[in-house]
Ligand binder design. Sequence first.
Ligand SMILES: [Zn+2]
Length: 63
Amino acid sequence: MKQEVSCLYCGKKIPNDTANCPHCGAVSHFQERGYRSGAIKRFIILFLIVAISSLFFALYLPR
Ligand SMILES: [Zn+2]
């Protein structure tokens, strides 16, 4: 499904699945793919932090 949104920088209509505005070249904040991959990356980083800290506590705490 193709939708058009206004560019945050130049105000022109751009498709919301494009990575960069074709008019001014600014990075589009409307693209769905970039938002999703960014959310997945943040989730993986959070998961790694939780996994490493739980591993640290498991090794650190006396048995
Ligand atoms: Zn623009």
